[in-house]
Design a protein around this ligand. Structure first.
Ligand code: SF4
Length: 371
C-alpha cells in the first residue's frame, strides 16, 4: 500500500452560498504564516514515501503562486515523492490565469481539479461562485496550454433553478473540453448557509429525491456514452485516469493530512487537525494535541465495506477481506450480504461484491447495514 499526502488550504476569496467546508474568506493576509505552519508540520514526516499529493481546499489557488510553490518545494524537501506520482492542485477558475498554471507545471503539478460546478451563468450566480462559465472554459484551456493535460472538472446537480436541460448542457460543455475526469455530486444544503436560508424562506426550491435521481441517471448515461467510466458513485474517468489520490480514501490506503481540518489515516489511527487556524498553529508548535482515534477491528471491517462499495466498478474483494482480517466476509457480514443481494441492491460476481444500479440510488441505506 502506498501513502498519499493531502494538504488543506483553508482560504477562499468569497464563501459560496452552499459551502460549509473549512475555508475562510478575508484571511488571505495570513497566507505566509499558514504556509510556515504547514512547512513545520511536514517536518514530522521527513523521509516518508508518497505516490500521490493532493492540495485541496478551500481554494489553493487563492494563494499567490509563490506561496503555493513554496508548499510544493517543502513537499519535495520533506517527503520522498515516488517517480510517476500524481500531484494534484484544486483550482477555482476565478483565481488563476495561464501564468499561474505554468508556474504549477514547473513546480511538478501534473493534475488540476477545477471547481466548475455549472456552465450556466445564472446557476453559478445563484450558487455564489466567483467565476463565469466562460472563465471556467478558459481555465481548462490555460491548464492544458501550460502542459497539464490531466484535468478533472467538478459539476453539481440538484441545484435550485437547474432543469434537466440545463444540467445536460453543463455535462455536454464539460465533455466538449475533454477533461480526463469528472466528479459530480448533488448539492447538499447545509444548515446556516445562505442557500439553506433561501430554501427555508421559500425563495429557492430544491429538486425532490426523484428529480435528484433523474439528474444522476442523466449524468451517468451521458458520461458513459462519451467514454467516461463510472468507477466510484460520483466519479467518472477516461481509462487509466481514475483519481489515484482519492482512490486511497475508498480503499483504505494510508494518507497524511496536513493543514487546518485535515484528516489523516496513518499507522492504523485516524486523526484530524483543528479547523480553527489559531488552534492549528498551536498544534504545529506542539502546544496542542490533535484529535486522534485508534481504529478497532470492527471499525476497520465496516470501513472496508462502506468505503470499498463506493467503488462501483471494482466493488470489494472477498479475498482481500480475508487477507486483511483473517476471517471470511460471509462470517462477519453473511446476513447483510444475503439480504442486500436478495433485495437487488448488491451483486456478487465471483470474488467481487458490487452495488447494483438500484443499490447506488440508495447507497447510504446500504452502507448503514455495515455500521
Ligand atoms: S470555493 Fe469551494 S471551499 Fe471555497 S467557498 Fe466555494 S465551495 Fe467553499
Amino acid at each position: 500500500m502506498m501513502n498519499g499526502l493531502y494538504i488543506h488550504i483553508p482560504f477562499c476569496l468569497k464563501k459560496c452560498g452552499y459551502c460549509d467546508f473549512v475555508s475562510y474568506e478575508n484571511r488571505l493576509s495570513e497566507g505566509e504564516q499558514y504556509v510556515k505552519a504547514l512547512l513545520s508540520e511536514m517536518e514530522q514526516y521527513k523521509g516518508t514515501e508518497v505516490d500521490t499529493v493532493y492540495i485541496g481546499g478551500g481554494t489553493p489557488t487563492a494563494l499567490p503562486p509563490h506561496l503555493l510553490i513554496r508548499i510544493l518545494l517543502g513537499v519535495k524537501e520533506n517527503f520522498y515523492i515516488l517517480p510517476g506520482a500524481e500531484i494534484t492542485v484544486e483550482a477555482n477558475p476565478g483565481t488563476c490565469d495561464g501564468h499561474y498554471f505554468q508556474e504549477l507545471k514547473q513546480a511538478g503539478v501534473n493534475r488540476i481539479s477545477l471547481g466548475v460546478q455549472s456552465f450556466v451563468d445564472e446557476e453559478l450566480k445563484m450558487l455564489g461562485r466567483i467565476h463565469s462559465a466562460e472563465e471556467a472554459k478558459q481555465a481548462v484551456k490555460n491548464a492544458k496550454a501550460a502542459g497539464i493535460e490531466n484535468v478533472s472538472l467538478d459539476l453539481m446537480f440538484s441545484i435550485p433553478l437547474q432543469s434537466k436541460e440545463s444540467f445536460l448542457y453543463s455535462i455536454k460543455e464539460a465533455i466538449g473540453l475533454q477533461p480526463t475526469h469528472i466528479s459530480s455530486y448533488s448539492l447538499i444544503v447545509c444548515e446556516g448557509t445562505p442557500i439553506e436560508q433561501a430554501v427555508s424562506q421559500g425563495k429557492l426550491i430544491l429538486p425532490d429525491e426523484d428529480e435528484d435521481r433523474d439528474f444522476y441517471a442523466l449524468l451517468v448515461e451521458t458520461l458513459e456514452r462519451a467514454g467516461y467510466q463510472r468507477y466510484e458513485i460520483s466519479n467518472f474517468a477516461k481509462t487509466g485516469k481514475e483519481a489515484r489520490h482519492n482512490t486511497k480514501y475508498w480503499t483504505r490506503n494510508p494518507y497524511i493530512g496536513l493543514g487546518a481540518a485535515a484528516h489523516s489515516f496513518w499507522e492504523s489511527r485516524r486523526f484530524e487537525n483543528p479547523p480553527c487556524l489559531s488552534e492549528y498553529y498551536a498544534v504545529c508548535r506542539g502546544e496542542k494535541e490533535r484529535v486522534s482515534e485508534a481504529i478497532t477491528e470492527k471499525d476497520a471491517m465496516a470501513e472496508f465495506m462502506f468505503l470499498g462499495l463506493r467503488m462501483t466498478k471494482q466493488g470489494i474483494s472477498k479475498q482481500e477481506f480475508l487477507q486483511c482480517f483473517g476471517v471470511s466476509i460471509e462470517e462477519i457480514y453473511g446476513e447483510q450480504l444475503e439480504k442486500l443481494c436478495r433485495l437487488g441492491l448488491l451483486e456478487c460476481l465471483g470474488d467481487a461484491i458490487r452495488l447494483t444500479n438500484r443499490g447506488i440510488d440508495v447507497s447510504n441505506g446500504v452502507f448503514c447495514e455495515f455500521v
